[in-house]
Design a protein around this ligand. Structure first.
Ligand code: OGA
Ligand code: MN
Length: 241
């Protein structure tokens, strides 16, 4: 997970780090306002936790926007990535063992229609001045695929991760890195957008539950092949040195 991607990104990031952009305030007021407004609309629907401080953390640093993509947009993105994905084989028991039953790639250029969708994600997820990774990460999980708990490496990704879910809903679990009793489940519906940043991105592992555990508030969330399209910002310069 992210590791292949990370390796490939390394040169790109090294080159970029020469510019020495100081990434101090990565999430502007403007964006926070946008995020909070959207959260207010769908507030209690997408997370499930007994931990009050984690709930607060989620309300501040995580957004799930249901129906972010129309069915047409979902198909447009799918049609662009699927022909390439089909040529790859699903991988199992990856050397770091973090993802099971997946294939992945990165893409820099998109057809106009899809670029517009991704620009819409960027507008919500990142303030304009924040440098985004030029390569968008595409992760294709088969029906039986799942992602084990991990925290994205700080060397290769900044404070914010934004993901679109295509083809299937799934359940993402957040678990505090130092206290496994503090956890939350997040419902990622098909065609939703999620954004996680700061404390949620750095202090909690995230995972996508396997089919056998795919439940939200006691309700089974059926899993199918799922393609996620993930945008990230550039790492903090200090983290790449
Ligand atoms: C990852 C990851 C989540 C997703 O690739 O690092 O956590 O939504 N993906 O697919
Ligand atoms: Mn991740």
């Amino acid at each position: 997970m992210l590791r292949n991607f990370e390796r490939k990104m390394k040169l790109n990031i090294l080159l970029k780090s020469f510019t020495k952009v100081k990434l101090t305030h990565l999430f502007s007021m403007r964006t926070n306002e946008g995020v909070n407004k959207t959260i207010a609309r769908s507030i209690t629907t997408y997370y499930d936790t007994k931990d009050i401080s984690l709930e607060k953390e989620i309300r501040t640093n995580m957004l799930v926007e249901e129906d972010f993509l129309s069915e047409h947009e979902e198909m447009s993105l799918f049609n662009e990535v699927d022909p390439y994905m089909r040529r790859l084989r699903y991988e199992y028991d990856h050397w770091d063992n973090a993802i099971h039953g997946f294939r992945e790639t990165e893409r820099k250029t998109w057809i106009d229609e899809n670029q517009k969708i991704l620009d819409r994600v960027k507008d919500i997820a990142f303030p304009p001045e924040v440098p985004k990774l030029a390569y968008v990460h595409i992760l294709d999980l088969e029906k039986k695929g799942y992602i084990k708990p991990h925290i994205d490496a700080v060397r290769f990704c900044g404070n914010t991760i934004a993901g679109l879910s295509l083809l299937s809903s799934s359940v993402m679990r957040l678990v505090h890195d130092k206290d496994k009793n503090r956890y939350a489940d997040i419902l990622l519906k098909r065609r939703s957008l999620y954004i996680m940043k700061d404390a949620i991105r750095y202090e909690y592992s995230h995972e996508i539950l396997p089919e056998s555990e795919s439940k939200f508030k006691g309700q089974i969330i059926p899993k199918d092949r799922r393609i996620s399209i993930i945008l990230r910002n550039e790492p903090n310069v200090e983290d790449t040195e």
